[in-house]
Design a protein around this ligand. Structure first.
Ligand code: ADP
Ligand code: ZN
Length: 450
């Protein structure tokens, strides 16, 4: 299939040299805008003509593609949500016939039907190039050995890092998630220099290495590409200290492609977004008004060069703000604040809005806590919400801490109250007793009867 965008721009994504791809991180603002707009005009027309759902939406609003004259007119276009992806399950948003589609992915769908996304060969090349740019921004390149411990399968993490790693020319070890003892063994025996997985799974690898008597700090491993779930800076500090690596963020979502929508650079001061592929907006999630850079709101993406299943103004539910100040690395693509929360993770306890990541940040402030915790919400019949934070202490501290258990619990309670304003019950549990995850961690157990 020929791709009008890459043809027009004379970029062959599958052959693009590494430098021509990475140069996209350093375009001038005007050139970037121009490139985005050229792509958007093509993709909007393609979507209007080939996606019956979008066509119908635009007809209802009496819109044709030429009514959108610049990005300032974006607000006229409807949003798309996860619910719409579910309602059109499985193939209702595909904009090309099956003979152009070379792969499908799906996201977990723990709360109902999964959502399905489709890719052409070119779409996959764009995604792989975004992962190339992510890995490069961490200083990773040929010669590195990437232990890819993201799950392979319908989940995008495994194949996303796999294709990107190979496109960059690093040596990919496609170990997938699980079998943690073997993860540690291969990390040591193969001399992996880069690891990719969820931050919570890496904590599990750290634990396992300790019980196996392997000190990760003495191994060649130096970079972690962590994402797929929120993780706090306190968590980052723990991981970096315990494993002797630099822990970088990689962000993405199935609906847009997968990991590689954005990535941190070595300055670790926000996640650069590959804006030339994924056009970001921040909106007020209540009024749906666009918000300027610097203001917190919901992140919305438009895929600028995905043909199998274009997403125009997809509401991610992720809360962040865009940072337009220049980054010391010289990349001109904007950064976003690392995603600390998604609006559907927010819990309301006695009227106070709290995100699990705030609790994580608070409890990791206290010395002696381990980064393993679970938040349990209960409500007595007709009563008030109760929140309990179950927390492991460091194995070496466990017996000492039991002696001074009350003082320690109080320190954690106090810190949670200081950060979130809520009074939580804190229970200390045996090291290793909180279930470990091989993918995304389940932090909140809501037992409330609503
Ligand atoms: P699901 O929606 O089933 O969890 P995805 O794997 O597509 O499936 O999840 C994408 C979501 O994961 C994002 O919208 C975001 O909430 C979260 N996420 C992904 N990467 C990160 C990251 N680096 N930091 C915080 N959250 C992330
Ligand atoms: Zn930077």
């Amino acid at each position: 299939m020929t791709n009008p965008i890459t043809d027009h721009l004379q970029i062959d994504m599958s052959q693009a040299t590494l430098n021509s791809v990475t140069n996209l991180d350093f375009l001038t603002k005007d050139r970037l805008r121009e490139l985005q707009w050229q792509k958007f005009e093509i993709i909007l027309r393609h979507t209007y003509e080939n996606s019956p759902w979008y066509h119908e939406q635009m007809v209802q609003r009496k819109l044709v593609p030429s009514d959108i004259k610049s990005f300032d007119d974006m607000y006229k276009l409807p949003f798309i949500t996860k619910q719409i992806l579910r309602d059109t399950y499985p193939f209702g948003l595909f904009a090309l016939p099956m003979d152009k589609i070379v792969r499908m992915h799906a996201s977990s769908g723990t709360t109902g039907k999964p959502i399905v996304v489709a890719h052409t060969r070119e779409d996959l090349a764009v995604w792989a190039q975004s992962v190339v740019r992510s890995l490069r921004s961490y200083g990773v390149g040929p010669g590195d050995i990437l232990q890819n411990a993201y799950g392979y399968g319908l989940f995008t993490g495994g194949l996303g890092l796999h294709d990107g790693g190979q496109a960059l020319g690093v040596t990919v070890v496609p170990i997938s998630g699980g079998n943690t003892e073997r993860q540690v063994m291969l990390m040591r025996d193969f001399g992996a220099t880069v690891v990719s997985c969820t931050p919570s799974y890496f904590l599990h690898i750290i634990d396992k290495a300790q019980t196996m008597g392997v000190d990760l700090r003495t191994l060649p491993i130096r970079v972690g590409a962590f994402g797929a779930e929120p993780w706090s800076d306190e968590m980052r500090k723990r991981i970096e200290a315990d494993a002797g690596i630099k822990a970088y963020d990689i962000y993405g979502l199935t609906e847009i492609c997968g990991p590689g929508v954005g990535a941190e650079c070595v300055h670790q001061n926000g996640t650069h977004l590959f804006e030339d592929h994924f056009y970001p907006e921040i909106i007020n999630p209540e009024t749906l008004e666009p918000l300027p850079d610097g203001q917190m709101g919901e992140l919305v993406f438009t895929t600028l060069d995905r043909f199998a299943m274009p997403m125009i103004r997809y509401r991610t539910r992720d809360l962040t703000c865009l940072i337009s100040e220049p980054c010391p690395c010289g990349r001109t693509i904007r950064r976003m604040q690392r995603i600390a929360a998604r609006s559907d993770d927010m819990v309301i306890i006695r009227g106070v809005n709290v995100f699990p990541s705030q609790i994580e940040a608070a409890l990791l402030q206290v010395e002696g806590t381990a980064p393993h915790y679970q938040i349990i919400l209960t409500r007595e019949f007709g009563g008030l919400d109760e929140i309990e934070v179950k927390l492991e202490v460091q194995p070496e501290d466990f017996s000492d801490k039991v002696r001074e258990i009350e003082a320690f619990q109080n320190r954690v309670r106090h810190e949670i109250h200081r950060v979130t304003g809520i009074h939580a019950k804190v229970s200390l549990v045996q090291p290793g007793s909180i279930p470990r995850s091989e993918g995304k961690a389940k932090r909140v157990i809501d037992k409330r009867i609503i």
